[in-house]
Design a protein around this ligand. Structure first.
Ligand code: HEM
Length: 413
């Protein structure tokens, strides 16, 4: 008899629930949510085995067995990145990959640095304390719009967007039933969901305005999704704006390592970025999402455990990135982990922030540049934390795979 998880506890604390399953059952834990079978993989080797070697037997999305009804699994035939059709998926990647390749992302560093510097100056000019998580959301939005679309927005416009986005989040979450990413709490909070519908509609009109102003990428988006390019830009922008933890988790630790803070300040004064990049990658490691998922399409065997069609396979980047077996002294921010020799010495599946294999995030180079420039801009502006990092815990956001800090992170410039 399979151990049962409750939807309520998964919604309330998904990260805690996965950590408990791992502690109780080890690296390959199996449990059920109603009729839905879930396998939790907690080593880079298991992730490689299931997500990469058995890549043809698993898919990214797809409504698995609905957990509350007795029915065979059904797979949704979506389009672009949501499809299960390999040819359609390859077409989507071919359309997008060149727009976000490493060379373009590195070339975007200058325009990003420029807009972030202006936003930080404006923020510093106002004085007083602010919530660093929200400010980082604003910086990431402004940086991405400038880099990918050639659209420049000021701090006030970024603030309006992020406030709307944070109100709209529940309504734009993926529907429950793909690979656990959308454990939407509609039933428990119908009021907040209705309010967020209104904010989501308002956001669509702001995004369509950005699309109209875009001097780059517009054509790619319109070609890739002629019926609804706004939905596509929505997905790209939200995946960034909803994940400020990838920067905040690193910055919080800087408060405990004053010597690293001093080295970063010296580096940005010289215009170099090596340490900022290592610090940003550590933030990407420590602030990674709570889950990465696949759904099984064809049965296979994973270390003697049969995996059936419709099963969910979950890995937790957040937990694997804190596992001392793969990241010694895991909680410590150490930019040296990202020097080429150190990277070459470990399995690539120890770092799962951007996913794996043919589904790996196409925006990863841009995101790394954005995170690096955000660390540089905040260092240059004299970021000082007013919140003690030890008071902050991380929670899995039930609506997506991201993690969020348990309290506001107060800061000054
Ligand atoms: C904080 C920032 C971001 C994080 C942490 C992130 C992470 C991820 C992850 C974990 C996946 C799934 C990979 C898998 O299942 O193996 C993904 C997919 C994807 N990401 Fe990102 N992402 C971010 C921002 C972006 C941005 C800014 C863009 C576009 C500019 C983008 C474009 C995509 C696309 C198109 C996919 C689908 C790839 C596919 O299914 O083939 N992401 N991302």
């Amino acid at each position: 008899m399979l151990a049962q998880a409750s939807l309520r506890s998964l919604q309330r604390d998904p990260l805690g629930e996965l950590a408990r399953r791992r502690a109780e059952q080890g690296d390959l834990a199996t449990f059920a949510l109603g009729r839905q079978r879930i396998l939790l993989l907690s080593t880079p080797g298991l992730v490689e085995n299931a997500f990469v070697r058995h890549g043809d037997e698993v898919g990214k999305r797809g409504r698995a067995r609905r957990w509350w009804v007795r029915r065979p699994p059904a797979f949704v035939r979506g389009e672009l990145f949501e499809t299960h059709d390999p040819a359609e998926h390859a077409r989507a990647r071919r359309t997008f990959a060149p727009a976000f390749n490493r060379r373009r992302a590195e070339a975007a560093a200058l325009p990003i640095a420029d807009i972030l510097e202006r936003s930080c100056d404006e923020r510093a000019g106002r004085g007083g304390e602010f919530d660093l998580t929200v400010f980082v959301q604003e910086l990431l939005l402004a940086g991405m719009l400038a880099a990918a679309f050639g659209v420049e927005i000021g701090l006030e416009e970024a603030e309006r967007f992020v406030a709307l986005r944070n109100r709209a989040a529940p309504a734009t979450a993926p529907v429950f039933g793909s690979t656990g990413a959308g454990l939407v709490d509609v039933v428990a909070h119908p009021g907040s969901w209705l309010g967020s519908r209104k904010a989501a509609l308002a956001l669509r009109s702001v995004l369509s305005d950005y699309l109209g102003r875009a001097d780059s990428l517009h054509e790619t988006l319109a070609r890739a999704a002629p019926r609804d390019p706004v939905r596509l830009i929505e997905g790209l922008v939200f995946s960034l704006v909803d994940a400020p933890s990838i920067v905040v988790a690193g910055l919080l630790r800087l408060g405990e390592q004053p010597e690293l803070g001093a080295a970063l300040r010296a580096e940005v004064t010289d215009g170099r970025r090596g340490l900022c990049r290592g610090t940003a990658l550590e933030g990407l490691r420590l602030g990674a999402g709570w889950m990465l998922g696949r759904v099984c399409h064809e049965p296979f065997v994973l270390e003697d455990v049969p995996v059936e069609a419709g099963d969910w396979l979950l890995a937790s980047p957040h937990l694997i990135h804190r596992d001392e077996r793969f990241w010694p002294d895991a909680e410590r921010l150490d930019p040296a982990r990202w020097e080429p020799d150190a990277v070459a010495a470990r399995s690539r599946y120890t770092f799962l922030t951007f996913g794996v294999s043919n589904r790996i995030c196409t925006g990863r180079h841009l995101v790394t540049t954005l995170a690096t420039e955000t660390v540089a801009a905040l260092t240059q502006s004299g970021l000082a934390l007013a919140t003690d990092a030890r008071t902050i815990a991380w929670h899995g956001a039930p609506m997506g795979g991201d993690v969020v800090p348990s309290a506001p992170v107060e800061a000054r410039l």
